[in-house]
Design a protein around this ligand. Structure first.
Ligand code: NAD
Ligand code: UDP
Length: 344
């Protein structure tokens, strides 16, 4: 196994847990690392930066309680020193990133990655959380989707590498729980968006915002009547922390998402309006097996963690649009800390 030889962990002065975040350099992972550091934990950020970016966490590298581990979870991993908690967020998450030529490596990341991290959890008797997905429900026939719904996945389609990979990972988590007594948390995350999504990530929110800001055509796939339920990143991170720190025997699976359902066409119109864009809205072919409707039933999370999403779509989009204005070089942060347009 690849042994991560850390300098002696500086637990001294850090009374909280040692937490490994696999996928810590990604969109969600970079927020999770920050939240864990703020709470005083020692954070081990493991990533191969295949879809994540070092820029997401670069400002953390100098912190004394933040360790960078460049590794791939498809290989065995061992860490010197006691790890208390493991979050498995390492996996490409955008259909544009996980399919096509990357399909087989996506399945390996989902399945071998889960196995390797579960073995690490076993060795350390650590609690381990799996970032699962609403994609385990496939193209659902039940609305909204409760955790008891077993899904409608096409196991031979182009999304199967991700959907079936994540389903297999869930089964591995429950087998390690039953057979090895490992404390697990399986969280099924629905579409989550916010600042630090990659410009070329390919997911709907980042695509529409970048297209609208650049004055390019806003590309709706299909007729735009398909729905998604969009959760702002801060709400998702709050959820993951609550799930990890829930009572020891809580396993999930539990849905994490914002039940506000919106069609893709409504989303495109909202973003064009909010950005003040003159972009045209155009239609492109619908990807194969694109789910028609998606909306989480979040009763279980409400009951167990008292969790409810707090950030409205309007506020979340406004913050995300401001982020992309800066990233695309259209706006800059002025001397008074207020965003202002860049004169061209
Ligand atoms: P992301 O692509 O930004 O982050 C994934 C991170 O994992 C990246 O930093 C990537 O470099 C890393 N990674 C990928 N394969 C790896 C490997 N084999 N070894 C080590 N590192 C690897 O995506 P995200 O949106 O932050 O998603 C994080 C997790 O949450 C993923 O597991 C994803 O399936 C899950 N999820 C996200 C959403 C969402 O809407 N953001 C929805 C459902 C599930
Ligand atoms: N989509 C779109 N235009 C884009 C990107 C995505 O119409 O430029 C659609 C996509 O077909 C899907 C929805 O938006 O119906 C959400 O896509 P995303 O890739 O964000 O995530 P998914 O929920 O499919 O995993």
């Amino acid at each position: 196994p690849k042994t991560i030889a850390l300098p002696e962990l500086r637990r001294h002065g850090h009374p909280m847990a040692v937490v490994l975040v696999a996928g810590g350099g990604g969109f969600l992972g970079s927020y999770l690392c920050r939240a864990l550091l703020r709470a005083g934990n020692v954070v081990l950020c493991l990533d191969n930066y295949s879809t994540g970016r070092e820029d997401n966490v670069r400002d953390l590298f100098a912190r004394s309680n933040f360790y960078r581990i460049d590794a791939d979870i498809t290989g065995p991993i061992s860490v010197n020193g006691k790890v208390d908690q493991i979050y498995n967020l390492a996996c490409p998450a955008s259909p544009a990133a996980y399919g096509g030529r990357e399909a087989v490596s996506t399945t390996k990341t989902c399945v071998l990655g889960a196995l390797n991290l579960l073995e690490l959890a076993k060795a350390h008797r650590a609690t381990i959380l799996q970032a699962s997905t609403s994609e385990v429900y496939g193209d659902p026939t039940v609305h909204p989707q409760p955790e008891s719904y077993r899904g409608n996945v096409n196991c031979t389609g182009p999304r199967a590498c991700y959907d079936e990979g994540k389903r297999c990972a869930e089964s591995l988590f429950f087998d390690y729980h039953r057979n090895e007594g490992i404390a697990i948390r399986v969280v099924r995350i629905f579409n989550t968006y916010g600042p630090r999504m990659g410009v070329t990530d390919g997911r709907v929110v980042s695509n529409f915002i970048c297209q609208a800001l650049e004055g390019d055509d806003v590309t709706i796939y299909g007729d735009g009547s398909q729905t998604r339920s969009l959760c702002y990143v801060d709400d998702c991170i709050d959820f993951l922390l609550r799930a990890m720190n829930a009572e020891q025997d809580f396993t999930g699976p539990v849905n994490c998402g914002n039940p506000g359902e919106i069609t893709v066409e409504q989303l495109a119109r909202t973003i064009v309006e909010k950005t003040g864009s003159r972009s045209r809205i155009v239609h492109r072919p619908l990807p194969v097996d694109d789910p028609r409707r998606r909306c989480p039933d979040i009763s279980l999370a409400r009951e167990h963690f008292g969790w409810t999403p707090r950030v409205s779509l309007g506020d979340g989009l406004a913050t995300t649009i401001d982020y992309f204005r800066v990233i695309l070089g259209l706006w800059k942060i002025g001397p008074d800390g207020i965003l202002e347009p860049v004169r061209r």
